[in-house]
Ligand binder design. Structure first.
Ligand code: ADP
Length: 459
């Protein structure tokens, strides 16, 4: 780089780390460049290691915190100017000074009190003339660049993602891992049931196998119905740690409680089959009338996969089922039977503000329930604009980012049967031929913040 001069002090940018401006000092006494980072945590596999760290790029403003991650190229013993030797992670990343951009190696060290967030060592300055008496020979940048950063598209960086699941080997889990790894992210599978929580501490933690879990960039909760209560507590704890959770604990709770979900959907005028709920046996008659008399569909509120869903063909049958449910102290809802659906329903897979795939499920002969687990079969479907918009709105009002919204096609339009917060990928990807797992990972990339802004009190 002929005729490229730098002063002893310069501004530079580290674009791949999402750092638009750093004031740095050249340090020709040091071989390698150093970046002052905090919360330095390695992750990934031994043959593909990464490191995640935080930086306060503006020395006298710790309110601005940028989270970075990068592949590790080496670990090296470094003796700093105060004579201390330390084993440091080495990353390789481009720097930009003035109109030049080149790759350099940088070691990470935790010395927050340094005036300069970065020292530029000899190996980064090869073929560059340092003017030891001059400051800011190249373009001057400004910390004002950080004002805009929260609104910008986050830089692509390797993310550390946890999937909360009890089924590490099922299709959905495997596909999410596969797509995340294709995008250079690292996924760890966490068995929800084996997590335990430290909720008293000032800094909330999730423990696992005797150790606190590291900070993840994102958590994908895949919580089975039988573990809703505990799973929600684990997700809530990750939220308290500031981790981005694909579906929040509150949204998982809202969708699992079928009655609450129906009430929320109704409040937002989302079409549903006429549905009623009661407690006392005295109300059975009017309850059945409310939903249009027989035949009636009766659903246990705890039902999944169609197991607690019964079709009562006659009023007598309806009364008998209700009395049986009440005898068991089980909560249930009564719903008008949508005969014209002919045992079919439509699953819409929502990610963010889009429907990314759909399928139609049809019941096996002599059943009205279309659940695949109950012997139904699935086929391709073309979703109407209306159906997509109902599905997206249903997920939104329940607060779900990822949702499987089941619709039933009636004479008066498509209506919501239920909203699932951990929808499976297998049937859906196979039938719709859509790469749903990739859509989920792309949504996470878009949503994980790399900047932590603590609101400053106005002076
Ligand atoms: P689960 O949560 O147990 O899957 P659903 O409410 O989704 O319960 O019902 C299971 C299946 O039963 C649905 O997929 C649908 O095929 C059928 N079904 C449910 N409600 C009705 C209804 N009101 N009319 C006709 N069929 C229904």
């Amino acid at each position: 780089m002929d005729n490229f001069l730098v002063g002893w002090e310069e501004w530079l940018a580290l674009p791949e780390l999402g750092l638009p401006a750093l004031k740095i000092k050249t340090d020709t006494g040091a071989r390698t460049s150093a970046l002052h980072a905090f919360a330095i945590q390695p992750f990934g596999r031994e043959n593909k290691p990464f490191v995640r760290f935080g930086i306060h790029p503006i020395p006298d403003n710790p309110d601005i915190e940028i989270l970075c991650s990068a592949p590790v190229v080496d670990r090296r013993e470094v003796t700093s100017s105060n004579g201390q030797t330390e084993l440091r992670y080495v990353i390789k990343t481009p720097i930009v000074i003035g109109d030049r951009k080149w790759d350099i190696e940088i070691t990470l060290t935790n010395r927050e009190n340094m005036t300069y967030r970065m020292l530029l060592g000899r190996t980064a300055l090869e073929e560059i003339a340092v003017q030891p008496m001059e400051s800011f020979v190249q373009t001057e940048l400004s910390y004002k660049l950080y004002d805009k950063i929260a609104r910008q598209k986050p830089v692509k960086r390797p993310l550390r993602i946890a999937i909360l699941t009890r089924e590490p080997n099922n299709y959905s889990t495997k596909r999410l891992v596969e797509e995340a790894e294709k995008h250079n992210h690292v996924v760890e599978l966490i068995d929800t049931k084996r997590c335990y929580l430290n909720i008293q501490s000032h800094s909330p933690e999730v423990h696992y196998d005797g150790k606190p879990l590291p900070v993840f960039d994102a958590v994908i909760p895949r919580i089975g119905a039988s573990l809703t209560f505990y799973g929600m507590a684990v997700v809530r704890q990750f939220e308290a740690m500031g981790t981005y959770c694909l579906n929040s604990a509150a949204s998982i709770g809202a969708s699992r409680d079928k009655l609450a979900a129906h009430q929320i959907l109704a409040r937002h005028r989302i079409p549903m089959p006429t549905t009623a709920f009661a407690n006392s046996p005295k109300d059975t008659d009017s309850l059945l009338n409310l939903v249009g008399g027989s035949p009636t569909v009766l659903k246990l509120l705890q039902s999944t996969q169609g197991r607690g869903v019964v079709l009562a063909e006659t009023k007598k049958a309806g009364e008998a089922v209700i009395s049986a449910f009440q005898g068991l102290d089980a909560n249930f809802i009564a719903q008008e039977f949508v005969k014209e659906a002919a045992g079919s329903d439509v699953r819409c897979f929502v990610v963010g503000k889009r429907v990314v795939g759909g399928m139609m499920r049809t019941a096996g002969t002599d059943d009205f329930r279309s659940n695949l687990h109950a012997g139904g079969s699935a086929k391709k479907v073309i979703l109407s604009k209306e159906e997509k918009s109902i599905a997206i709105k249903s997920a939104r009002v329940l607060g779900l980012t990822v949702a499987g919204v089941d619709l039933i096609r009636t004479q008066t339009g498509s209506k919501v049967l239920e909203v699932n917060s951990s929808p499976g990928l297998e049937g859906l990807e196979n039938i719709s031929k859509k790469n749903v797992a990739e859509k989920i990972i792309a949504h996470i990339e878009k949503s994980v913040p790399s900047t932590n802004w603590q609101k400053r009190s106005r002076k």
